[in-house]
Design a protein around this ligand. Structure first.
Ligand code: SF4
Length: 486
């Protein structure tokens, strides 16, 4: 069967020219493509962001290119992998697919959004034939082998009169997945030297996943939705093979391990570090990963550093223990401070994830968080406004009226604030002004220019505020402004 797997972007109204000029291997799609290929299916993988870049973000031309691909490849099964921010665009592309291919193809959607809201997703997009819920690779394989039959676990068909659906248990043996089909991705583009994947370091980087899931369940996080509770791992041998293939086939200088919690199994991580050193890869390969702060012990961090690790990402979120408890983070500010200190002492860069707009947050909490950031001096900061992702405890607590006001496209990183969602203890006006005040500490000039470039003629108060900051930056640092990469 001919299968087209698609990774959409957010819609043009929220992502007119893309904000981050980098691209990653769509890991789930690449593994699934390999699995389908292993069973004799003919697979193609379409990364819309790369198509848009090729067309200089001319969305009309990119759509024409997409239609041409559909006509030429004529897939019998079209699958969209769509997190919430890209759901609306996936719906639009599903409409184009239906108009080009008619009834000759079945169109499916999978990912955290469909998992959280299967019925609503089918209602929102009449072009869909089915959604896949939870972990979907084996569901899709069954659908490709046998056609869309309601008995397939994890599949919710739109057309068949079906009462509910049977959930598919998460795969316990991740090594049964074949190596990702990198040959179907644009690896020249993905492994190009750029400064975004391991933030601000111009490295040829590839992203790899070595486990699925997280031991925690924070009230705002959609990560455990598709992966389920707990963590499952690829074996060290599997990860070593994946690394060896990446190094053999591509000019890779760095790896971003995209696991939610890389040290969920400390013994396994130590064995992986040992293997990297035994093979001598630590001399030519730098890598970055994400840990929970309660996993950051000094000895482990030193071992990681010796094996080539250069950066550790943490979800510090806030400097308030009350708020950390309220969002179910199961860490404390003291743990967070110690993790940052140990990481720096081990000679590693600190990547700090900060979340503002937490339920019950006050202006004082925000100020304390700023002071916390000043104290830990991270090399990279990602500060965003909390958004209620479908399937999370935060989303479940919303009223029906609040849910109706949500726009999926506004879940894009920089647009989260504009969604109007305000669970803080501040009034809307105070929250907006405080958030803009703190954002000026995090938004680098390059991002600022991209926000304004994408804003076009938008004359909202927020954009006017950013325009003023950009003018001030140009006035004070004309050379820096001129030298910013386009
Ligand atoms: S935010 Fe991090 S620790 Fe919390 S559930 Fe998500 S991945 Fe796990």
């Amino acid at each position: 069967m001919r299968v087209l797997l698609i990774a959409p972007t957010p819609p043009a109204c929220h992502w007119p020219q893309g904000v981050f000029f980098y691209s990653v291997v769509p890991t789930e799609l690449a593994h699934c493509a390999a699995l389908l290929g292993q069973h004799g299916h003919h697979v193609r993988l379409e990364q819309r962001e790369i198509s848009l870049l090729r067309e200089s973000f001319d969305w009309t031309k990119a759509d024409a290119r997409f239609e041409a691909l559909l006509r030429k490849f004529s897939p019998e099964l079209v699958v969209f992998f769509a997190p919430t921010a890209t759901a609306d665009e996936a719906f639009r592309l599903a409409g184009i697919t239906r108009s080009v291919l008619g009834a000759s193809a079945n169109i499916l959607l999978c990912g955290p959004h469909a998992t959280a809201l299967p019925e609503q997703t089918l209602a929102d997009c009449p072009s869909l034939d089915a959604v896949m819920i939870g972990e979907w690779e084996w569901t899709l394989l069954e659908a490709a082998n046998n056609g869309l039959t309601p008995g397939i676990t994890g599949l919710r068909c739109a057309t068949v009169s079906q009462k509910g659906w049977v959930p598919r248990p998460a795969c316990t043996d991740l090594d049964s997945l074949p190596m990702p089909a990198w040959d179907l991705c644009d690896m020249d583009y993905i492994t190009n030297r750029h400064r975004w994947l391991i933030r601000w370091l111009p490295l040829r980087t590839i992203n790899l996943r070595t486990s699925r899931g997280c031991p925690n369940a924070c009230s705002f996080c959609a990560a455990p939705l598709t992966a389920g509770a707990g963590v499952r791992f690829h074996s060290v041998e599997y990860v070593t093979e994946m690394l060896a293939r990446a190094l053999q086939n591509y000019p890779v200088e760095a790896v971003l391990f995209e696991d939610e919690t890389f040290a969920a199994d400390e013994a396994r991580l130590r064995r992986l570090c040992e293997t990297i050193q035994t093979r001598g890869w630590h001399r030519r390969l730098q890598w970055a990963c994400c840990l929970r702060t309660d996993q950051a012990c000094p000895d482990l961090l030193r071992t990681m550093k010796a094996a080539g690790c250069i950066q550790v990402e943490y979800g510090f979120e806030t400097a308030s223990n009350t708020l950390l408890q309220a969002i179910g983070k199961n860490t404390t500010v003291e743990q967070n401070l110690a993790a940052a200190r140990h990481t720096r002492e081990a000679g590693l860069r600190v990547y700090a994830n900060i979340m503002f707009g937490l339920p019950g947050e006050t202006a004082l909490d925000m100020r304390n968080t700023l002071n916390f950031i000043r104290a830990i001096r991270p090399e990279v900061i990602s500060a965003s406004a909390m958004a209620p992702f479908p399937g999370t405890a935060l989303f479940r607590d919303l009223s029906e009226a609040q849910k109706k006001r949500l726009q999926w496209g506004a879940y894009t990183y920089l647009d989260q604030f504009r969604s109007g969602f305000n669970p803080t203890a501040m009034s809307d006006a105070q929250w907006r002004s405080k958030y803009l005040q703190v954002q000026k500490h995090f938004i680098k000039p390059l991002i600022l220019r991209q926000i304004l470039r994408d804003a076009g003629n938008d004359s909202s108060a927020v954009i006017q505020y950013w325009r003023k900051r950009w003018r001030r930056f140009c006035h004070r640092h004309p050379l820096k402004a001129w030298r910013l990469p386009v």
